[in-house]
Structure formats: structure tokens, C-alpha cells
Design a protein around this ligand. Structure first.
Ligand code: SF4
Length: 267
């Protein structure tokens, strides 16, 4: 089923996984928060939205397959969620005054149409909404931001568009989707952001070009992350001779670009 920007129904027309079943008995074209396939919840986190105390909702499934994925165990989109939305509601009811926000992460949160209603329900409960995305569904992202349902986005950019991107994400067209999504985020000046680049020894070598392009497009907050082996798929190589020095040099070059804020997350 196709959905257009401004609609909260159905799957993104660019969904590479096909329609996602909601709960039995619910109209398939009206996704509610209760339909969200949730792999887990972190009740309190200081790292998922820098500067905020948040609860994090880990959404099941991602259409991409990055070799360094830290959440590899929850990227299979055919596996249903194991946590009911009611638990998120319950957490929000109990944590007023303690938590600032709820962050939707994954997996890929924008894969599911239900994230739109879920974000609305978080706002209605009096919390800010954060979102982690790699940008595979620019239209749903535009819908969320256009409706004012998201206050901050942590968005991954993995390489310049093209073959290098597809090498990382494992899907054709991934780079175009991700950079379109980046444009959506940067066009919403009222929404906070952090653009994140994760590097690894066998990955693309265009990190500085990526950071420069993000800066030229109006990116204000940038983070360089060094991929870790922990949680990644078997066989992923996180280290190599001289790798740490290369990443530190890249961090220095990116810092010199003059982002409003630059964060380096080494291993
Ligand atoms: S886009 Fe993110 S969640 Fe999806 S496979 Fe890559 S690192 Fe994992």
C-alpha cells in the first residue's frame, strides 16, 4: 500500500520489505502505536540523545545490513516485536519529571507506519520525541517532521551516495535514500540533529568528503564514530594496523571544518 507525505497510514511506498501486518482485526491502513513492533525498551539512557535523559524504544527490523551493525540481533523485519506498546505508555506514566524524552531507535524506526502514531502519543504524554534513523524511508521521515512529531534526529550518513554506500548498507539505492533523508532533516531548522558517520577498516574512505558535504548542506552537529566489534555480526573486523591513528587524523580534519559541535566517539 502506498502512503503519501502528510498521511499517517500504510507503509512507505519505498518500503523494500512489503506491507507490514498490524494487529489482527485492525484496519490494515490505519497504523496505531499498538501496531509498533518493538524489540525492547531501555528505561533510562543518557547517551541516546546527548544532553537528555530518555527512554529508548528499540523498533524491530531494518531493510539494510551494515557489516558493523551493533543491533544486528533485531534487524530481521520478519520477526515480530516482543514488547507491547502498553509498556511504553506505562513507563511514560511512571516517569513524569524523571525523563525528558522518548527516543525511537532500532532497527529502523521509520520502517513502520505505526511510528507516526507512536510519536504523537509520546508528545501527548508530555515528552519530547527523539529519532534515530539511517534514512531508508525519506517520505515517512518527511511526514514525521512535517507534522512536528519529532524534536531531534540522530541520522546516519555512511558514505557519499553511490557504490560505496551500497557496499556498507547492502542495498542498491541506499545512498540516494539516505542523502534525501539528510536533506529532509536539515530543511527542518526547528528540529535538532546530529549527523553520524561510522567508520571501519574495510569501509569507504570518503569520510572527510562526507563531513564537508554535510557542512555545505547546513549540518550543524556532526559525530564521528569508530565501529566496534561488540554486537556486530560474526566476521566483522573492527581493527587493523594503524587504524586508530587514521581515525584520529580523520577526527582532526573533520573538527577543522567548524561544525557548531563535533563529537568524536573512538573505541
Ligand atoms: S542501518 Fe543501522 S540498524 Fe540497519 S543494519 Fe545498518 S547499522 Fe544496523
Amino acid at each position: 500500500m502506498n502512503a503519501s507525505v502528510g498521511s499517517s497510514t500504510g507503509q512507505d511506498p519505498g518500503d523494500e520489505d512489503g506491507p507490514r501486518a498490524g494487529r489482527v482485526g485492525r484496519a490494515a491502513d490505519v497504523a496505531q502505536a499498538e501496531d509498533l513492533q518493538i524489540a525492547g525498551i531501555t528505561a533510562m539512557s543518557t547517551v541516546d540523545w546527548p544532553g537528555r535523559l530518555v527512554a529508548t524504544v528499540w523498533c524491530q527490523g531494518c531493510p539494510w545490513e551494515c557489516p558493523y551493525c551493533q543491533n544486528h540481533a533485531i534487524i530481521d523485519p520478519t520477526i515480530p516485536g516482543v514488547v507491547d506498546w502498553e509498556r511504553v505508555e506505562d513507563l511514560m506514566n511512571r516517569r513524569h519529571g524523571l525523563l525528558d524524552a522518548v527516543v525511537f531507535s532500532g532497527g529502523e524506526a521509520t520502517r513502520q507506519a505505526a511510528v507516526v502514531d507512536a510519536a504523537r502519543r509520546v508528545h501527548e504524554a508530555g515528552y519530547e520525541v527523539g529519532l534515530h534513523t539511517a534514512g531508508p524511508y525519506p517520505r515517512r521521515l518527511a511526514e514525521l517532521l512535517g507534522m512536528g512529531l519529532v524534536d531531534w534526529v540522530g541520522i546516519d550518513v555512511k558514505a557519499m551516495p553511490g557504490a560505496g554506500y551500497e557496499q556498507v548498507a547492502g542495498r542498491q539505492g541506499a545512498g540516494v535514500r539516505a542523502w534525501t533523508s539528510l536533506g529532509v532533516v536539515l530543511d527542518h531548522r526547528d528540529v535538532g540533529h546530529e549527523v553520524r558517520l561510522t567508520v571501519y577498516p574495510d569501509g569507504p574512505t570518503d569520510g572527510l568528503e562526507v563531513a564537508r558535504a554535510v557542512r555545505e548542506r547546513g549540518g550543524r552537529h556532526f559525530a564521528l564514530q569508530q565501529a566496534r566489534a561488540l554486537g556486530a555480526p560474526d566476521g566483522f573486523r573492527a581493527t587493523a594496523i594503524g587504524w586508530d591513528d587514521q581515525v584520529r587524523a580523520l577526527a582532526r580534519d573533520i573538527e577543522a571544518l567548524g561544525f557548531e559541535s563535533f563529537t568524536f566517539r573512538p573505541v
